[in-house]
Design a protein around this ligand. Structure first.
Ligand SMILES: [Zn+2]
Length: 98
C-alpha cells in the first residue's frame, strides 16, 4: 500500500505526485537526462533547485534535503541520477500490486 516506504531508507516526505514534479522541475531547470542515463547539467553541486521547489510548494526543505541526501541526491543532478532509481523501484512495485 504505502509505496513511499517500502523501497526508501526512510519514509518519503513527498507524495508520489510531488516527487514526480520535483524530478520534472529539476529537468526543466536545465539538467537534461539522456536515455543512456548520462546527465548534461549546469549543476552547481548544490540542492538549490530542490530547495526552491520545496519552498514554492510549502514543503519542509530541511526534511526534503535530508531525505534526498539519504537517497543519493547530494546535488540536483544526483537527484536525477540516483534518487530516481529508488523512485522507479517503488513505482514498479506499486504497479505489481494493481
Ligand atoms: Zn550535481
Amino acid at each position: 500500500m504505502s509505496w513511499e516506504n517500502k523501497h526508501f531508507e526512510s519514509p518519503c516526505p513527498l507524495k508520489r505526485e510531488q516527487l514526480e514534479q520535483l524530478f520534472t522541475h529539476i529537468d526543466k531547470m536545465g539538467l537534461l537526462r539522456f536515455s543512456d542515463g548520462t546527465i548534461s547539467s549546469s549543476c552547481d553541486h548544490t540542492l538549490n533547485i530542490s530547495i526552491e521547489f520545496a519552498k514554492s510548494h510549502n514543503l519542509n526543505e530541511e526534511v526534503l534535503v535530508d531525505w534526498l541526501i539519504q537517497h543519493g541526491g547530494c546535488c540536483d543532478c544526483e537527484v536525477l541520477l540516483n534518487t530516481t532509481m529508488y523512485y522507479e523501484e517503488a513505482i514498479e512495485d506499486d504497479k505489481s500490486l494493481d
